[in-house]
Design a protein around this ligand. Structure first.
Ligand code: ADP
Length: 290
């Protein structure tokens, strides 16, 4: 039995249906995984496949999608199952066809703010997950400053040093000490998408916003907003709607750089020196702020 036949059988079991799909249609666009669409006349499913050592990545993704779906706010694909077979791991979720424009729209701003209203007692999540292909630790912390220092920036700085960027760790370490002056507000632990760049938001056929590929945890909602601005920014209506629903605190502009530094460092760790210069410039700018 091939992998896709195995997955089709699992889908049939999970849905209690006689799922007999056509051979898979391979989709492009994913940064990390191979993506397929499996469909018969009645059902269609989106499948991501990776090597067999990645089941935890997909289990955490499924749990993140389910957690977001439960809020009933911004649409995400509903996960169906995960598994491993024949040396590969996979996740199966609802297939959501892209439709008209709507990504980054007013509705997306309102719905993201509504999702951020779902809060936890502490910062973190009950399990680790993945950011891109990088491990993302989520140990609970009582304060946001401790969380961002230990579970986010400090973790990526250690990774940078082990990837040959010891100078970035040396430059970044003094920043960790200066978080109290950089993060000078008192955020709630909001449910975050965690990886909200433009490639992870779209719209369904009805034009409703949809987000994909989250790296969820409970943290400062500004970290989600910051990432929307990292690669060009969303539409103006998105920010206007978000600010109307839940205005950001003063000082966001500086914190935005600190939050995006995490993602740019992660890009350096994943894709190499093309991002190291940008990382260094962001650190220098932040050091000049405090
Ligand atoms: P990767 O984990 O490899 O980065 P993504 O989850 O980001 O892959 O998916 C890659 C692209 O595939 C997305 O940008 C989106 O356009 C599309 N996609 C993701 N999930 C679905 C889905 N459930 N239904 C339809 N298209 C999807």
């Amino acid at each position: 039995m091939t992998l896709w036949q195995h997955i089709a059988a699992r889908i049939g079991e999970a849905t209690g249906s006689n799922f007999r799909p056509q051979p898979p249609h391979h989709l492009g666009g994913g940064c990390i995984n191979t993506a397929l669409r499996l469909a018969d006349g009645d059902q269609e499913w989106f499948i991501k496949i990776n090597t067999a050592d990645r089941p935890a990545m997909f289990e955490a993704e499924a749990e993140g999608l389910a957690t977001m779906a439960k809020t009933g706010t911004i649409r995400v694909p509903r996960p169906l199952l995960t598994g491993t077979y024949d040396g590969q791991s996979f996740i199966v979720m609802e297939y959501i066809a892209s439709g008209g424009s709507g990504a980054g729209s007013q509705a997306a701003g309102e719905q993201l703010a509504a999702m951020h209203r779902h809060t936890a007692e502490h910062f973190g999540w009950h399990r680790d997950n993945t950011i891109g292909a990088t491990h993302q630790p989520n140990d609970w912390r009582d304060t946001w400053i401790d969380f961002w220092r230990e579970q986010r920036l400090g973790f990526q700085l250690d990774l940078a040093a082990s990837n040959g960027y010891a100078y970035l760790k040396r430059l970044g370490e003094p920043l960790l000490e200066r978080f109290p002056s950089l993060i000078d507000h008192d955020p709630q632990p909001s449910l975050l998408h965690g990886d909200l760049w433009g490639g992870n938001i779209s719209s369904d056929r009805e034009g409703r916003p949809v987000t994909f590929d989250p790296a969820v945890y409970y943290g400062d909602r500004e970290a989600d907003l910051a990432m929307t601005e990292l690669f060009g920014g969303f539409e103006r209506e998105f920010y206007a709607a978000y600010q109307t629903a839940w205005p950001l605190d003063p000082g966001y502009a500086v914190r935005k750089t600190l939050y995006n530094l995490y993602h740019v460092l992660n890009h350096t760790n994943l894709f190499g020196c093309g991002y190291a210069g940008q990382t260094q410039r962001m650190m220098e700018r932040l050091l000049a702020e405090c």
